[in-house]
Design a protein around this ligand. Structure first.
Ligand code: PMP
Length: 441
């Protein structure tokens, strides 16, 4: 999915063969033959998952893995309540948004109520990429400018327009000429974040492009997971507004209660975005994504252009999305994300005191980044990838992120329990013990 993740895949994907059992080997070869060379697999020993339930994934041999990575199934894999809502609606009606339907309106009312009052419309897409693509179209139409500012390890999706603003895809995927990058806020660079954004705004002005938008993943997932300090985004957003540009909060990663303290990542920064993009966990696996926005931005666009998305906002997608909100509320998953996130963070900070290869530990709710460093304190992507594979061998699924793929990315379903957290911490301790510097008693 991204440059850093690719580095991890390459560092360990090359090992595929020796460690991989014969049936999986055949699948890997068949996959490469049929799907071509652009896909990547996770793990030195790729997983062949056939079933999911709650926080668990089961492989073809029946071995179960604790999922601490997949934020799509954020209310738990195959949650029966969501599955039933999808099945019921599929058996009733599956059309599109060119007919009147109450489902989408009920959902819009309910979802918009979770946003600041300024945000008044919801537009639905099928993927986060499409949501960002639409947000950029609207931002350009509303501002008359073309320049876009992103962080230097940002990922915003796969369409031609959003791949151009996704530097984490690596050097072989060129950024647009209208794109300026600012250093991601990890390693205390949040302090200079607003100054970097101001410099990018000036550069876009000098080049006659102007600033249409600053777009940020509000938990800076591909930049290594940077949640703190709350509020550091405020000054940068103000600078963009002063220049006549807009702020797009990409909530594809941070949204839907993951950060524990709030429903949306931007709320931790006490800012009001102009547009918000949503995806991944929105339908717990059913493809549904979207944009919420301030109505004035689209008044002109709406007069001049129409918006229709064949599958976006279809009654089944909306039923899935509605059921996800029900589960978040009924199972109090925001509070759970806060509480279990704290258990994980505290446990990892304890391990940090005993392991010199744990650098900075960051996170909010059930989204945690753990830098792995070498004995000089420098990013150690090889050890990070080694840990990801060691955790997989112990039945716990995580991944890597960050500019050098140096950070462990821990992002379990919001239903994670205290005993799930303990299992993860135990596996992490055992895996860290295998590193060159180990874990002191
Ligand atoms: N924005 C962010 C922050 C993402 O992490 C992703 C997906 N990883 C996207 C956008 C794109 O979403 P999708 O894959 O649904 O197109």
């Amino acid at each position: 999915m991204s440059g850093p993740t690719d580095k991890m895949a390459n560092a360990f994907g090359a090992a595929v063969g020796a460690a991989v059992p014969a049936p999986e080997h055949a699948l890997i070869e068949r996959r490469a033959r049929l799907l071509g060379p652009a896909y990547r697999l996770f793990y030195e020993e790729p997983l062949h998952i056939v079933r999911g339930e709650g926080v668990w994934l089961y492989d073809a041999a029946g071995t179960k893995f604790l999922d601490a990575y997949n934020n799509v199934a954020s209310v738990g894999h195959c949650h029966p309540y969501v599955v039933q809502a999808i099945a019921r609606q599929s058996a009733t009606l599956a059309t599109h948004t060119r007919y009147l339907h109450e489902g989408i309106l009920d959902y819009a009312e309910r979802l918009l109520a979770t946003f600041p009052d300024e945000i008044g419309h919801l537009m639905l897409t099928c993927t986060g990429s499409e949501a960002n693509d639409l947000a950029l179209r609207i931002a350009r139409a509303a501002t008359g400018k073309t320049g876009i500012i992103v962080t230097d390890t940002a990922y915003h999706g796969v369409t031609a327009t959003v791949a151009e603003i996704s530097p984490s895809l690596g050097r072989n995927v060129p950024l647009g000429l209208h794109v300026r990058t600012v250093p991601g806020p990890s390693d205390n660079r949040y302090r200079t974040f607003a100054a970097s954004v101001r410099a990018a705004i000036e550069d876009l002005a000098v080049h006659g492009l102007g600033t249409a938008a600053l777009i940020c993943d509000t938990i800076f997932s591909s930049d290594g997971v940077v949640a703190d300090p709350p509020g550091f985004l405020r000054e940068a957003v103000q600078a963009v507004h002063d220049a006549g540009g807009l702020f797009v909060a990409d909530e594809v990663q941070a949204g839907f209660a993951r950060t524990g303290a709030a429903m949306w990542g931007f709320q931790r920064h006490d800012i009001v975005p102009d547009l918000v993009t949503l995806g991944k966990p929105m339908g717990n696996g059913y493809p549904v994504a979207g944009v919420t926005l301030q109505p004035a931005l689209i008044a002109e666009f709406g007069r001049k252009a129409r918006y229709f998305n064949t599958f976006g906002g279809n009654p089944v997608a909306v039923a899935a999305a509605n059921a996800v909100l029900d589960v978040i509320e009924q199972e109090r998953l925001q509070a759970n994300a806060a509480a279990i996130g704290q258990v994980l963070l505290t446990g990892i900070l304890k391990l940090q005191r005993r392991c010199r290869q744990i650098g900075s530990v960051r996170g909010a709710g059930l989204f945690i980044g753990v830098d792995i460093v070498d004995r000089h304190g420098l990013p150690d992507s090889v050890s990070a990838a080694g840990l990801v594979n060691a955790m997989r061998r112990r039945g716990v699924l995580i991944s890597c992120t960050g500019h050098a793929a140096q950070a462990l990315k821990i992002r379990p379903p919001l239903t994670f329990s205290e005993s799930n957290a303990q299992q993860l911490l135990d596996a992490l301790e055992q895996s860290l013990a295998e590193l060159p510097y180990g874990v002191s008693p």
